[in-house]
Structures are given as structure tokens and as C-alpha cells.
Design a protein around this ligand. Structure first.
Ligand code: CA
Length: 219
């Protein structure tokens, strides 16, 4: 899953990106309100973490604009403004949740997952395809009940495919899901990960639709 992090504090930004990256999320990090506006406009994100005090345009204005154009993207406000009035204003402007600085990284990751789960409809976070099940919260993949160890990239690729069972995703779409901006992507990186996934999950688990892309099959 791909997240947008809007944070102008370099130390906090780095820590959050690392923490969420370690939890298997793809994170794009921008440091001012204008860059955030551009990033949000392209609509590829599953969730945004937005700091309120930002250069160029503040987080509250970003949030209001997002909701004014009926964008339902889950938003977690991450802020040092701890007055009750600010919190109420943020929630009224359409934030889904709040984390106050300083915060615990594990708690932040847990809140992000809870928000994603709630947004997806709550109770059924398991993805299934044939004999495969994927638990996005526990980061577990099972085939016929047997757990299979995957790297973070392999997991992210499989998650993207299993979120749209039957749909064919192009290599570019898969790249966008798994790699954040500025990350070096080798020309056949996605193919290599898919090859390893097939090796671990069985050759029929993921089908290559020649010239179009890939999809999961429910053998
Ligand atoms: Ca700030």
C-alpha cells in the first residue's frame, strides 16, 4: 500500500518513513504544502499522514481542499498542536484520526493499519485467492494454511495483485505500488520479485498476460 507523508521536520519525516517502510508500506515523503497538493491530486495513495504546520500551505487547508472535492482518502493528522480547539478543527475539516507529537512509531503504524482497515469496510481484512490468503495487518501469507515467508517487496506486490483479483496490472502499475519516489528501480526489478513469488507460491499463482501485465489466479 502506498502512503503520502507530508512533514517538514526532517528528523520526524525520516523516522516515520523508515518506520512505515519497515512495516511494509511504500511511502512518498513531501516537505511542504504545495508539493503535497500536487501529490494528492494524482490520487494514487491509500492514506495520507499530514502535519498541520507546513511551509507554503498548511495541513488544515490541504485537508479542507481534499474534502471539498469529495476525496475520501483516509487522513491521519500528525501534529504538535495539542490544543483541543486544533484537534476539533482538524476533525471537523475531515481528518479520520489524530496522532500528537511526540508519538510512538509502533502506535503510529497500528493507527495507520486501523484506519486502512476501517476504510476498507472494517471486519474482513483478509485477502483471498484460491488457496492463498494474505493478512495485510499481520503481514502474513498462507497457502493451504501453511505460512510462506516473503520479502517486503514480494509481499507488497502480492498484496497489490490480491486487492484486485482477476484484474491485470501492468508492470508500471506494480512498480508504482511497490516503489516510492526517488527509489532506484532496476529495469526488471518487478519481474525478479514476481519470479521469486511464483517460486514460493507455485507457478500457477500469478499469471503473465503477455504484453499487458500480471494477475493472480484462483487455480
Ligand atoms: Ca511542521
Amino acid at each position: 500500500m502506498r502512503l503520502l507523508l507530508v512533514e517538514d521536520d526532517a528528523m520526524i519525516g525520516r523516522a516515520v518513513r523508515q518506520g512505515l517502510g519497515g512495516a511494509g508500506f511504500t511511502v512518498d515523503w513531501v516537505t511542504d504544502g504545495r508539493a503535497a497538493e500536487l501529490a494528492l491530486a494524482n490520487g494514487v495513495y491509500d492514506l495520507a499522514l499530514i502535519d498541520l504546520g507546513l511551509p507554503a500551505k498548511d495541513g488544515m487547508a490541504l485537508l479542507r481542499e481534499l474534502r471539498e472535492r469529495r476525496d475520501r482518502l483516509p487522513v491521519l493528522i500528525v501534529t504538535a498542536r495539542d490544543s483541543v480547539a486544533d484537534r476539533i478543527a482538524g476533525l471537523n475539516a475531515g481528518a479520520d484520526d489524530y496522532v500528537l507529537k511526540p508519538f510512538d512509531l509502533d502506535e503510529l503504524v497500528a493507527r495507520v493499519r486501523a484506519l486502512l482497515r476501517r476504510h476498507a469496510g472494517g471486519a474482513a481484512p483478509l485477502l483471498e485467492s484460491g488457496s492463498l490468503t494474505l493478512d495485510p495487518v499481520r503481514r502474513e501469507v498462507r497457502r493451504n494454511g501453511q505460512e510462506i515467508q516473503l520479502s517486503a517487496r514480494e509481499f507488497a506486490l502480492l498484496e497489490a495483485l490480491m486487492q484486485r483479483p482477476g484484474a491485470v496490472l501492468s508492470r508500471e502499475q506494480l512498480e508504482d505500488t511497490v516503489y516510492g519516489w526517488g527509489e532506484e528501480v532496476g529495469s526488471n526489478a518487478v519481474e525478479v520479485h514476481l519470479h521469486n513469488l511464483r517460486r514460493k507460491l507455485g507457478p500457477d499463482s500469478i499469471r503473465n498476460v503477455r504484453g499487458v501485465g500480471y494477475k493472480v489466479t484462483a487455480e
